[in-house]
Design a protein around this ligand. Structure first.
Ligand code: SF4
Length: 109
């Protein structure tokens, strides 16, 4: 039985189909083929969220995203891990944070 996906890599939103023989159709580029094959093997997503930063001057939330895609089934668990992170200094844009077993990159200030 074939599987259909809507590619989320770019705004073209190609409708991609993988047939029983593993042939991929509908993708306008190689990235879409890789996306569809990954969706078939085990869907995963980059998680974007914020973490708490408390220093002497202020308390604020800092935007971050995971460095690696997280399997869909693990996203809730990873969000709980991220929720426990509290920084005592303000990170810079692009800083890599390895906290609570999760690797994050700072995406804003
Ligand atoms: S297949 Fe390529 S062109 Fe189509 S949505 Fe995916 S990334 Fe964009």
């Amino acid at each position: 039985m074939s599987k259909k996906f809507v590619c989320i890599i770019c705004p073209n939103s190609c409708e991609i189909e993988i047939d029983d023989q593993g042939q991929v159709s509908g993708a306008k580029c190689k990235r879409g083929i890789e996306f569809a094959e990954q969706e078939l093997a085990g869907p995963a997503r980059i998680v974007t969220t914020t973490i708490l930063c408390k220093d002497l001057k202020c308390t604020e939330r800092i935007p971050v995203k995971t460095i690696h895609p997280i399997p869909l089934a693990d996203i809730a668990k990873v969000m709980l891990q991220i929720k426990t992170i509290v920084l005592n200094h303000k990170p810079a844009l692009g800083d890599i944070l390895d906290q609570e077993g999760v690797s994050l990159v700072v995406t804003g200030e």
